[in-house]
Write a protein that binds this ligand. Structure first.
Ligand code: NAG
Ligand code: NAG
Length: 488
């Protein structure tokens, strides 16, 4: 039951699949601690999710397709749902027009958000006390301040990536970023980071031209986050202790991860997929334990046709069984069937090619032996949780930095290729075979078991998830009391 005392947070996930999923689970977590949450998807994400779920037939029968939280609502959680325009028409192809999408994020969406916030501040019960906004939004703390609200920034990538962005000024000052000829020697002056090589920085920080729209977005977002009251990060304290402790010098920074999709730890799932899911269970049931490679490049990154062909031809030369998730737009929504002609027929029986699936359902299946991944952070956490070793082919953004954590630091995966921006079929063949071969896989799996313990401990009784979440809620309530006293 909502009472006058419940803190009410409006939660804005960044409109990409990999950001919406942890935000949904954050919403459930906070609601179970007495928060009223209004979860705000963009109209475009809402449209895609409900379309995909109608295809999946999840809630269509009982007319609940419009309420993505229907599955958990029964438990008494006060999670409300609203939508907001991102400034572009609902059906606009954001994947094909990435520049325009980024432009809308930087320059247009704030006006729509502000309109919604203004309305809710006026008439919501319980009254709105806080915005929880994905760190990549450029307007979070600015809008919160304007309406006298607290602001918690939600970071869905490793703390290492956050600190690198947060300290871009140091990278620029030292000539490692945004200079005509970026320095290539190791970087040893970022708080909490002993040393990192420029090739392991996020792709945007490896570019010479720092004036693109994405750069404008990153600069503005990391300027805005300086005004936030709290940062909530989907990482585990014991995975990145030095970075987290260094970041806590600036403002309260809470490692509340791993925020795993609820299905991993609890059966009540909220439908979040943007594409209809294929069910691979029967096919997997017919394969020996640990024999199948699961390949997915996530929900957003594009792969060049040329790299896709090299990977396809490498898989063709191997005799490994595989499930390959290829979104319709994985190369471009202009190229809906990018595989080499005859590939599907040539791998029939041992290769299953699908548009999308429940990653949780696949990763938890005993037939899965490894995960060829673009190194998205959710995929990494999920794979560690399921003890599935990683074969890494990062494509852009934080994926290069995440690869370093997986391969170089934690040793729970290997590289697909020596040069991470190039790949050829011989290398794919060699590394896929090596990776799926029992010796190496068992070794990686054993190390993964060790890393998984950090996640288990974090989620267990008295673990860092609960502890840091409690700490956030207590500090939040204290601060909310002070600011409401100041207003009255
Ligand atoms: C979750 O589902 C599995 C199989 O569908 C069942 O065995 C288990 O009891 C369920 N767990 C909970 C907490 O409902
Ligand atoms: C993996 O690739 C990265 C980037 O190209 C490289 O720095 C690293 O040494 C490679 N690691 C191994 C074990 O080959």
């Amino acid at each position: 039951m909502a009472t006058e005392q419940n803190p009410h947070a409006i939660l804005f996930p960044y409109p990409l699949q990999g950001h919406v999923i942890p935000a949904v689970n954050l919403a459930i977590n906070l609601a179970s601690r007495g928060f009223t949450i209004t979860f705000v998807n963009t109209k475009s994400i809402h449209h895609k999710t409900t379309q995909a779920n109608n295809n999946n037939n999840v809630h269509a029968a009982n007319g609940e397709a419009d309420d993505i939280f229907a599955a958990v609502r029964g438990s008494g959680l006060d999670i409300r749902y609203a939508t907001v325009s991102d400034g572009l028409p609902v059906e606009y192809d954001r994947s094909l027009n990435d520049e325009q999408f980024t432009g809308a994020m930087v320059y247009v969406m704030a006006a729509h958000v502000e309109e919604l916030v203004a309305k809710m501040v006026k008439c919501s019960v319980p009254p709105v006390s806080c915005l929880i906004v994905d760190t990549f939004f450029v307007w979070g703390s600015a809008i919160a301040k304007k309406y006298g609200l607290l602001c918690a920034s939600f970071w869905t990538e490793p703390a290492l990536v956050y600190t690198l962005y947060y300290h871009m000024d140091l990278l620029i000052k030292n000539g490692h970023f945004a200079s005509h000829d970026n320095r290539k020697d190791p970087i040893d002056y970022i708080p909490g980071v002993k040393t990192i090589e420029p090739k392991d920085l996020m792709s945007y920080l490896q570019e010479d031209d720092a004036t693109t729209l994405v750069h404008q977005l990153i600069f503005a977002a990391f300027n805005d986050v300086r005004g936030a009251d709290f940062v909530l990060c989907n990482t585990v304290h014991d995975l990145e202790p030095q970075v987290i402790e260094a970041l806590q010098c600036y403002k309260p920074f809470y490692a509340i991860g791993p925020i795993l999709p609820r299905g991993f730890t609890n059966n009540a799932t909220v439908a979040t997929s943007l594409w209809a899911e294929s069910d691979c269970t029967q096919w997997l049931n017919s394969k020996p334990h640990g024999s199948v490679l699961y390949a997915s490049f996530g929900s957003y990154a594009h792969i060049t046709k040329w790299a896709l062909w090299e990977i396809a031809n490498g898989l063709l030369l191997s005799d490994v069984s595989f499930i390959w998730v290829l979104r319709p737009d994985v190369v471009s929504s202009n190229d809906l069937d990018p595989l080499p002609v005859g590939f599907k027929e040539a791998v029939r029986g041992r290769g299953m090619i699908i548009h999308w699936c429940s990653q949780q359902q696949v990763l938890t299946h005993p037939a899965i032996g490894g995960f060829l991944t673009h190194c998205g952070w959710n995929s990494i956490l999920e794979s560690i949780w399921c003890e599935v070793p990683l074969l890494c082919f990062p494509l852009f953004t934080d994926q290069f930095t995440n690869r370093k954590l997986v391969v170089d630091d934690w040793k729970v995966g290997i590289n697909l290729s020596d040069n991470q921006r190039l790949v050829n079929k011989e290398e794919v063949l060699k590394n896929v075979n090596r990776f799926m071969e029992e010796n190496l896989r068992n070794q990686l799996k054993a190390t993964m078991g060790e890393i998984k313990k950090y996640l288990e401990n974090a989620l267990g009784p008295g673990g860092s998830c609960d502890k840091n979440m409690d700490c956030f809620v207590n500090n939040f309530n204290a601060k909310a009391k002070i600011s409401s006293a100041a207003i009255n």
